[in-house]
Design a protein around this ligand. Structure first.
Ligand code: PLP
Length: 378
């Protein structure tokens, strides 16, 4: 058993997914985004749990991630967000994957060499993210290629660059560009999609915006760490909790330096505990002298003192006189680094000057994933 564990509550994952589905208008299905090992939560277990509550499609970032899900008998449509490189097209075909078509060259080579793949093609327009996608000026040339091929693609789609922000003039602009691209297509595609979690939560009016909009692409919201302030429903619960164990408890005298570089000195005689997790587990080094961890038995919070090391960090239990009277934490106890009973992923992200996505996906493979619902076995 590893010292540091990620406890994954698949019941909460399912409840979050159900909440998105309940808030979706008729015809808007959940394409569950399980890229990056389901944002660190375990792609196979999450995909199976999500399928059981009605996710009809999945999305991942890369071909390798899709292959992993196919091997685990996830037979639903899987969209790979990254555009395929030319040598990967046969694998897309073989694994029956949905393919992102993001430029005219790719469209031309798929329509000439892989017409079956074009039927599973999601043609992406760059409406303002400037990452991947056809430029609005290329829609006419796209329509020509499609007409010549005689094959209808599966979807037209785009991606929002500002979805969690209000005021939302950038989103409005992207939506207007997308609308005009669709109008210019002149080609039928059964599906349209544009909403990620932020778009779904913060722009509820867009859930019904498009004729033919058939999917929302929800990632972070499923894992319950979305930015939900000022957003209407659905309510979400965090799925992951990261815990680690106390390896040693000791006293240090007033003035003693702690950890590499002695960036913290004991202001009085202190009780210091050493926790068995570090930046190689995904505890950001920026939490040095900034973050805290929770101890559920006592309900106490303890600040991280000194630099976070690769595999351990120290917490301050307080002055020796106080804690000696009421010691609350012992060797072997668990402390909560992220999740219920500790700071949430968004608090950790704020300390680490990043976003909750990076905190979740940064929980490293060394951290064992444990699925905590005895009644849900995947
Ligand atoms: C990651 C991703 C999503 C999901 O985004 P969330 O903010 O996690 O909901 C949707 N669409 C694309 C293209 C993505 O890359």
């Amino acid at each position: 058993m590893s010292n540091t564990r990620a406890l994954i509550d698949l019941g909460r994952l399912q409840a979050n997914a159900a909440a998105f589905m309940a808030a979706s208008p008729e015809g808007l299905d959940l394409m569950a985004v399980v890229k990056a090992n389901a944002y660190g939560h375990g792609a196979t277990a999450c995909a199976r749990a999500l399928r059981d509550v009605g996710a009809t499609a999945f999305a991942v970032a890369t071909l390798a991630e899709a292959e992993h899900l196919r091997r685990a008998q996830i037979d639903e449509p899987i969209l790979v967000f990254a555009p395929p490189l030319p040598d990967q097209l046969p694998a897309f075909q073989e694994l029956s994957l949905d393919v992102s078509i993001t430029n005219l060259d790719l469209l031309a080579s798929i329509s000439s060499g892989f017409p079956d793949l074009l039927r599973r093609g999601h043609i992406k327009f760059d409406t303002g993210m400037a990452r991947v996608g056809l430029q609005p000026g290329e829609v006419g040339a796209m329509a020509d290629i499609l007409r010549k091929s005689g094959v209808d693609p599966k979807a037209f789609w785009t991606h929002l660059a500002f979805s969690a922000n209000r005021p939302d003039h950038q989103t409005r602009e992207q939506v207007a560009v997308f609308r005009s691209c669709l109008a210019e297509c002149g080609v039928a595609a059964p599906a349209v999609h544009l909403l990620n979690t932020g778009g779904f939560l913060h722009h509820p009016e867009l859930r019904c915006e498009y004729e033919g909009q058939s999917f929302s692409r929800i990632g972070i919201g499923l894992y319950g760490v979305a930015h939900t302030e000022n957003a209407p429903d659905p309510p979400l619960q965090p799925v992951m909790k990261v815990v680690s164990r106390i390896l040693q408890v000791k006293t240090v005298p007033k003035g003693a330096g702690v950890s590499y570089g002695h960036t913290w000195h004991a202001p009085t005689d202190r009780w210091i505990a050493t926790v068995g997790a570090g930046y190689a587990d995904g505890v950001p080094r920026l939490l040095s002298n900034r973050g805290w961890v929770g101890h559920e038995e006592s309900g106490d919070h303890y600040p991280i003192v000194g630099n976070v090391c690769m595999d351990m960090f120290m917490i301050d239990l307080g002055p020796t006189d106080r804690v000696r009277e009421a010691p609350t934490i012992r060797v072997g106890d668990e402390v909560v680094l992220v999740g219920d009973g500790g700071p949430d992923a968004r608090a950790v992200a704020a300390w680490a000057e990043t976003i909750a996505y990076e905190v979740c996906t940064g929980i490293s493979p060394r951290v064992e994933r444990h699925y905590v619902n005895p009644d849900v076995v995947y």
